[in-house]
Write a protein that binds this ligand. Structure first.
Ligand SMILES: CC(=O)N[C@H]1[C@@H](OP(=O)(O)OP(=O)(O)OC[C@H]2O[C@@H](n3ccc(=O)[nH]c3=O)[C@H](O)[C@@H]2O)O[C@H](CO)[C@@H](O)[C@@H]1O[C@H](C)C(=O)N[C@@H](C)C(=O)N[C@H](CCC(=O)O)C(=O)O
Ligand SMILES: Nc1ncnc2c1ncn2[C@@H]1O[C@H](COP(=O)(O)OP(=O)(O)OP(=O)(O)O)[C@@H](O)[C@H]1O
Length: 563
């Protein structure tokens, strides 16, 4: 069956337009079609765990094929072997390889992927992309080799070519920043849906489109998985993609195969310095999204210094937004905050006024909502249409584990704040509506940015009445020293404060016990904020996945209170 006959709107002018856009000059040659494709390699690429929902073979066939000779020509790669070998999908992990794949054997932090190439070939991979080191190991691989000095650097473009550049068939929105990416993409998805578009979503919590909903492993998937998702979305008629673009993704070339129609920036604060080294390098990586190779235009929240700097240095046209004052193209006016969210008016450069309501509490969610709205404006949708969508509750979205209120007396809130900035803002949001004590339960992640641990402790001590320090994902680290670093920051902050404003600081582990005690011991007028893990359902302790969902633990404790 041909690609044409499988298009949902086969024969329509819209489908024809999509096909035309998807075939730029220099596109890969197609040969005959077979009913195989990666589908979105959704789920845990790299873990080897399959289930009916994430096995690529259960998802729509993508029906694209290309010869390795054509890929070598388009990407200027050295080819060793038969140029006529045909591939129809790309895979990074041998355990997920299926017949027709091109296996990308990348040098990694822990291993060289070439080690796994024979297994991938055994599973049906028809070609391998690798570097010179990998090629030296794979002289007898039995399949053609595409050799690049930096195979990761060509993987995004290669995966896009294999899938027929699916991102060109929809309007693409990419959101970056330290905090607020997930929330902003959920709001974009909601608003686009209300505008009559068929949106797809890719991010930390979930990848979903057209009724499919698959939990994510990474914020931004690796390029083969991402392109598989986008191709499956295009096939299903998705016409607008809202996705998160992490700094890891930019540094590791995961999104190289996409030029976004509109990119958005939320904010920047300390996180991921284990990977980026310094805040400046972290900023530089985020800023690289605002260049012509990656985006056509940008929208930047200029509430923080990083946003103001980015707006100046962006290499693509930028629209600015602020929730603080009026010094931006769009600003937030008449902001009224309540327990159930906020109402506000967005005022545009020509005096346009958009009345909006966001149901998630917190001033930061007004910033996220404003960013989402202006990104849609920047994509070319008329202000009148957006006003209509907003009037129909266009931003009535909830995000799992983001300021999720589980109970009201005591109020128990689960939030994903896992860096100092987000933790401070979450506490500040809850304080004015807490008649009793504000209790926070949180920890810091192992094997990640160690510098943020004492800072998080200090922020908690300044913002809460009771600080319960526990574990997050220790990964391979001993959790006790992680807690000690957080506690040290908390105690240091207390020492710097007036004595009568001293919070109680406790250390409770494991995490389930910390959540249980905090909820059981809270008075009805107290608020318990369980921060850091949001929607997550497994905790990585020494490489072992332990079932742990803050919402489940908190609900169990609430039920125990009721008994
Ligand atoms: C730091 C980082 O991002 N590392 C990524 C990197 O891993 P690596 O270099 O260590 O790979 P490796 O384990 O040495 O393996 C080398 C190669 O062999 C392959 N392999 C490996 C084992 C095997 O059995 N078979 C096999 O084929 C691997 O797929 C890989 O291509 O390449 C792997 C795939 O090639 C990624 O899965 C991996 O992401 C890991 C899982 C990760 O946790 N990344 C996090 C930090 C991340 O990307 N986070 C961001 C930001 C989130 C946020 O903002 O909070 C995100 O976008 O999610
Ligand atoms: N605009 C914002 N500014 C500051 N903090 C925010 C903002 N939006 C959300 N937060 C806080 O950050 C937490 C994470 O929000 P969200 O998941 O939307 O961000 P993210 O950028 O996707 O995070 P991650 O990259 O870790 O997945 C929320 O639970 C909330 O506490």
């Amino acid at each position: 069956m041909s690609r044409r006959s499988r298009c949902s709107t086969s024969g329509s002018s819209r489908a024809a337009r999509r096909r035309r856009r998807s075939r730029p000059s220099g596109e890969p040659a197609r040969t005959s079609h077979v009913p195989h494709g990666p589908g979105p390699a959704d789920g845990p690429q790299g873990t080897g765990r399959f289930s009916p929902v994430n096995d690529p073979r259960t998802l729509p066939s993508l029906l694209t094929e290309v010869t390795v000779g054509r890929l070598a020509e388009l990407l200027d790669l050295e080819l060793r072997g038969d140029p006529g070998a045909v591939v129809s999908s790309v895979v990074l992990d041998d355990r997920r390889a299926v017949p027709g794949d091109l296996f990308a054997a990348l040098p990694g932090a822990r291993a060289h992927g070439a080690r796994f190439a024979p297994a991938a070939v055994g599973r049906g991979a028809r070609a391998v992309l690798t570097d010179a080191t990998g090629a030296a190991e794979l002289v007898d691989a039995g399949v053609p080799l595409l050799v690049a000095a930096n195979p990761r650097g060509v993987l995004g473009r290669l995966a896009a070519l294999v899938h027929d550049e699916p991102a060109t068939r929809m309007t693409t929105f990419g959101v970056t920043g330290t905090n607020g990416k997930t929330t902003t993409t959920f709001l974009l998805e909601r608003l686009l849906g209300e505008l009559g578009r068929r949106p797809g979503l890719v991010g930390t919590v979930v990848a979903r489109y057209a009724g499919r909903d698959v939990p994510s492993r990474l914020t931004t998937p690796e390029a083969p998985e991402l392109q598989g998702w986008i191709a499956a979305m295009a096939e299903a008629g998705v016409d607008a993609l809202a996705m998160e673009v992490s700094s890891h993704a930019l540094a590791l070339h995961r999104v190289d195969g996409v030029v976004y129609d509109v990119v958005g920036f939320t904010n920047l604060s300390q996180d991921h310095l284990d990977f980026h080294g310094t805040l400046e390098e972290y900023f530089d990586v985020k800023a690289s999204l605002f260049t012509p190779g990656r985006a056509r235009r940008g929208v930047v929240v200029v509430d923080d210094d990083a946003g103001r700097r980015l707006a100046k240095r962006s290499e693509v046209p930028v629209t600015t937004v602020t929730t603080r004052g009026t010094d931006a193209d769009w600003h937030v006016a008449d902001h009224v905050a309540g327990v159930g969210g906020s109402r506000f008016t967005l005022v545009g450069p020509a005096g346009e006024r958009l009345d909006a309501r966001v149901t998630m509490p917190g001033d930061f969610n007004v910033a996220n909502a404003a960013l989402a709205i202006v990104m849609v404006v920047a994509s070319g949708v008329s202000v009148t249409d957006i006003a209509g969508a907003l009037a129909r509750d266009g931003l009535d979205a909830t995000v799992p584990g983001r300021m999720e209120v589980l109970a009201t007396a005591p109020r128990v809130v689960v939030d994903f704040a896992h860096n100092a900035d987000a933790l401070g803002l979450a506490l500040a949001t809850l304080r004015p509506t807490t008649p009793g004590r504000l209790v926070v339960v949180f920890g810091a992640t192992g094997e990640r940015d160690t510098g943020k641990r004492p800072v998080m402790g200090a922020v908690a001590a300044r913002g809460a009445d009771i600080v319960v320090v526990t574990d997050d994902d220790p990964h391979g680290e001993d959790p006790a020293p992680i807690r000690a670093a957080v506690l040290a920051g908390a105690h240091e902050a207390v020492l710097a404060r007036v004595p009568d404003a001293r919070p109680a600081i406790l250390e409770v582990a494991p995490r389930a016990e910390a959540v249980r005690r905090a909820v059981l011991e809270a008075a009805p007028e107290d608020t318990v904020l369980v921060a850091g893990r949001g929607h997550e359902t497994v905790q990585d302790v020494g490489g072992v996945d332990i079932a742990l969902d803050d919402r489940v633990e908190a609900r169990a404790a609430l039920a125990a209170r009721a008994d």
